[in-house]
Design a protein around this ligand. Sequence first.
Ligand SMILES: [Zn+2]
Length: 382
Amino acid sequence: MLLNYKYEIFLTIEQQEMLNLWLAWCRQTYNSALLDKSNRYKGTKKILSRQELQKMQVEDKKKYAFLKEMPSQPLQEVFFRLEKALEKFFKKEAKYPKIKSSKDYCSLTFTQFGMAKQHDKKYNKTRTVRRAASLGCKGLLQISGLGLISVNWHRKLDGKVKQCIIKRQGTRWYVIFSVEKRNVSNTELDVSKTTGIDVGIKKFAVLSNGEEIENPKFLRKSEKKLKRQQRRLSRRKKGSKNWKKQLVKVQKIHTKVANQRKDFLHKQSFNLARTYSVICVEDLKIKNMIKNRHLAKSIADAGWGMFRSFLNYKCEKNGGLLVKVKPHFTSQKCSNCGNMVKKSLSVRTHICSKCRTILDRDHNAAINIEKEGLKQVSPLAS
Ligand SMILES: [Zn+2]
């Protein structure tokens, strides 16, 4: 399994300009490859493969000298990204990939890079090292064409690094290392520590023991602030000095909200993965749910997709298991006797006429999810 470690990096003006240029070239490569693919399919009903695209790129490099100025790995990786995006589309997990604007294309993947400690003698006198020291950074990253980059090494990397991604977020830059970790085998799963989770709308989630996780208020607050500033941005004249100023402001709040949300999800998933060894969740196709206008805001807010992927790798890391359950009737079925109690979304309480069970709607669903999940893990147990 791959784990990601993210660190902030501090770039010189020259490095930022260079990276922005590389991002632009990669984005153009992505967009033209996407168009080439669609045109080929429309014309001949055949699929343009990644290998063919790579060959075309070799030809392009002969024509356009500037493409040779940047490392070739991020350029080639563009085709892997496109391939992944299309795979997701064919699996019906995402929409057809879009032409990307500069604000949607903000990361580059490198497979070749060097890492060093700041006190490495080799780099002793360089400008970056002196700058890094003054910023309190302890790590260095070397990428050909960019030189040395100072990394804020706030936690230790654990495992073998496979690749690194350099990412622009608002006005800040980050490096994300993907690290290979051996899976802990789940032959010794402790099935006594299990739970089911129903992700809700009013509450963030409800567990099968009735425990509730609230949506954090601070998130709502920052989101309101973000909206206000976005409205202000839309009133400014595009491209003007004030517009640019406002844009930076909006980007900053945006990053803050995203970070706050992520932080909340990390904490919740960490606690759950530590407490339980089998966690059952609904296998919802998030894309389908977002189509429903009423639910859209809350779902996007709660970041279910991100939450589940956090849970997934955190369970794996601890030797636990995340079980995905088909969401059939989990909210309708009585968790006590199996009787079907039909109710619309607005009915928040489950009342069974057969066995007289009265439960919060989401709590009832969470119990059903756990039961279903356990059937999958140990078919003989239930
Ligand atoms: Zn019942």
